[in-house]
Design a protein around this ligand. Structure first.
Ligand SMILES: [Zn+2]
Length: 358
């Protein structure tokens, strides 16, 4: 029987670039050295069968360093919570920060001497996964760095940008995100702005994947209406299983299916658990529960993984990228065969990216 670690995993979302950027001043974390800190480095990726993924560039607000991702406090008596949204970002600042982190990414690629590559086409991605070259998809989470004339978008595309989240959870010139609130429906706030609709058209023309993960529901329906690409939530869960605004309603899941799109299931415990608690002592099978729900409702072709490694609280049982074989084993225990595991691990992503990218 084939060993599960031979199935390469392409992951829908991580915040590793931000963590590496922050660690630069301390010099205590390298992508190439196995670390106890965070969730992804090349040795742990190799150990866990992680073949690559969407590497987000996220610009934090200047005023405070965000700590762990919100979820209901495990010590709190009440599971309901609301975290105030950070203020909108200044475009110049976001652009400067984005360029600095993108430069880190390209330096990392150069330093890797062929072991790590930024992918620009679906055929490159298939080849790298096959050959064991770690594949990085250049993603931006929240379009604050993009000017309304979209000049920055064209330049970043030429540099390798292939995936863009219109918003993170704070509002910007293009749309409105969902708050970190539990329980809370994603149906909150207005839809895309005129500039947001223009951004959708430009992404379609260029072949940039539009990530819906932090977008509110009115914005989601605007993208469903104006975009001609499959609908994709790179790192979200099922609202019916965990009533977080970051998760997808059944209606949204159905629309993703109709567009031949995909959901990368987020591993953040606060988006998995029925009680929304930020409790790392959460079984790995909570991830399987969300995958099963999506498979039952919209089919095996529309589910994948979207860990949120290096940006969220993982179930202890999983730990970090090196723990991915335990997730694959749990999926196998729940009846997924090799062909099904390949779809979830990378093949569904490949299909969607072949349709989305030029
Ligand atoms: Zn995110």
């Amino acid at each position: 029987m084939t060993n599960t670690t031979t199935i390469p995993i392409l992951d829908g979302h991580n915040d590793t670039l931000l963590q590496l950027h922050r660690a630069k001043s301390e010099g205590n974390r390298s992508f190439f050295a196995k670390s106890e800190t965070g969730h992804i480095d090349l040795p742990r990726a190799r150990e866990g069968g992680l073949g690559g993924g969407f590497f987000a560039i996220f610009t934090p607000n200047k005023e405070k360093k965000p700590g762990r991702m919100p979820g209901a406090d495990p010590a709190g008596a009440d599971t309901a919570y609301e975290v105030p949204l950070p203020l909108p970002l200044d475009q110049d600042y976001a652009q400067q920060f984005t360029i600095a982190v993108a430069a880190d990414l390209f330096r990392l690629e150069a330093e890797a001497e062929g072991q790590v590559k930024v992918v620009r086409t679906a055929s490159e991605l298939a080849t790298y996964l096959d050959q064991g070259i770690f594949a990085i998809i250049f993603h931006i989470e929240g379009a604050e760095a993009i000017d309304p004339d979209l000049d920055t978008l064209y330049v970043l595309y030429q540099a390798g940008l292939r995936s863009l989240g219109i918003v993170w959870s704070r509002p910007n010139a293009f749309g409105h995100g969902v708050p970190f609130k539990f329980p809370q429906s994603p149906d909150i706030g207005p839809g895309l702005t005129d500039a947001g609709r223009g951004l959708v058209r430009a992404c379609n023309q260029l072949g940039i994947l539009i990530d819906l993960s932090h977008l509110n529901e009115p914005g989601f329906w605007d993208v469903a209406k104006y975009s001609n690409a499959p609908l994709v939530a790179t790192h979200s869960g099922v609202y019916n299983l965990c009533a977080s605004a970051r998760n997808l309603t059944d209606k949204q899941l159905d629309a993703i299916k109709d567009s031949e799109g995909i959901v990368g299931v987020n591993f953040h415990v606060g988006f998995l658990r029925e009680d929304g608690r930020l409790e790392a002592d959460t079984p790995l099978t909570e991830i399987v529960r969300h995958i099963n729900y999506i498979v039952d409702r919209i089919g095996l072709d529309h589910v994948a993984l979207g860990s949120d490694f290096d940006g969220a609280t993982m179930p202890n049982e999983l730990g970090d990228a090196a723990g991915l074989p335990r997730l694959m084993a749990a999926l196998r225990d729940h009846g997924y065969d090799e062909a099904a595991l390949r779809k979830i691990a990378y093949d569904n992503w490949l299909r969607v990216l072949q349709k989305t990218w030029k």
